[in-house]
Structures are given as C-alpha cells and as structure tokens.
Ligand binder design. Structure first.
Ligand SMILES: [Zn+2]
Length: 154
C-alpha cells in the first residue's frame, strides 16, 4: 500500500465517489455533504448511550453506562478531579459488543467502534460539564458483566 498522501486535492469522496474531498481538515476523505451525513449518523448512534450518575462527590463522580439495546448497565465511569486535571476511568462490561462497528456507511473504510463513540459521549456529557481542561482517560475491560456487591464497614 502506498503511503497516504495528506494533500489529495483531486481525490473523490469515499462515500459518494462524485464530489471532491474537503473534510475533515488535514485528513480529507469526504465531501462536505457526506461528512455532515457521517457526523449526523454518529450523533444518532451516540444518543443510544445514556450515562446515569449515581455518585456525586465534591471532586469525584461515578456513572453507569447504559445502551438502549440492553436493560442492564454495560459499563461504568469514574471521574476524579485532583484540582488540576480530570482523571477518568472507564470500565466496559463484556455484555455489550464494544468492538463492533457502531454504524456502516457504504464505501466508508473509516468506521468507528461503539467504544470509540462512547469516548465522544463521555467528552460531551462528562468532561465538558466538569469545565473541560486537561483530562486523562484509561479504559479497562471487565471480566464480569457487572461489579460484585462487596459492602463493609469498619
Ligand atoms: Zn461525498
């Protein structure tokens, strides 16, 4: 495979194969119309996720991740603010197809997985409301579908 050219002024859009590419900036692969269509599809896919906050502390929060296709949560998010940066940990449960393509557009070779779409959702619904700024993200895969209930008191 030849190296991908960054300046591909004459290339045609990957989706409609008719118009010249103009989007996204720097990695032009789509025409404006098709790019907007792709973004719109990603937004629809993103809306299938729901983040429900169930712990709210002064400098930390915990969310459960739900997807419209299953009843039980399919992941969780822990946010910790150390006063400077935001530290996020996402745990993905194995009860959801995180690696599957979130959508398919004919001719598009740049599909995105559900896990990638989730990161967009987290940026919009968690990181932005916390005030944005510098953030760090770790993603882990859980072996069990849901965390076990371990409770105690000392
Ligand atoms: Zn196009």
């Amino acid at each position: 495979m030849p190296p991908r050219k960054s300046n591909v002024a004459k290339s045609k859009c990957a989706l409609c194969a008719a118009k010249d590419v103009s989007e996204p900036r720097g990695e032009e692969r789509y025409c404006r119309d098709c790019w907007e269509k792709k973004i719109a599809v990603e937004e629809i896919v993103a809306r299938e996720f729901a983040l429900k906050r169930y712990i709210r502390a002064h400098s930390a929060e915990k969310y459960l991740i739900y997807h419209s296709t299953i009843k039980r949560p399919c992941g969780q998010i822990i946010v910790v603010d150390d006063g400077y940066d935001l530290f996020l940990t996402i745990v993905l449960y194995p009860n959801f197809g995180w690696d599957e393509e979130a959508y398919h557009l004919e001719g598009d070779t740049e599909g995105r997985s559900f896990a990638e779409i989730l990161v967009d959702v987290v940026a919009t619904e968690v990181i932005e409301p916390w005030g944005g700024g510098k953030w760090h993200l770790e993603i882990f895969r859980a072996a069990n579908p849901e965390p076990e209930d371990w409770n105690g008191e000392m």
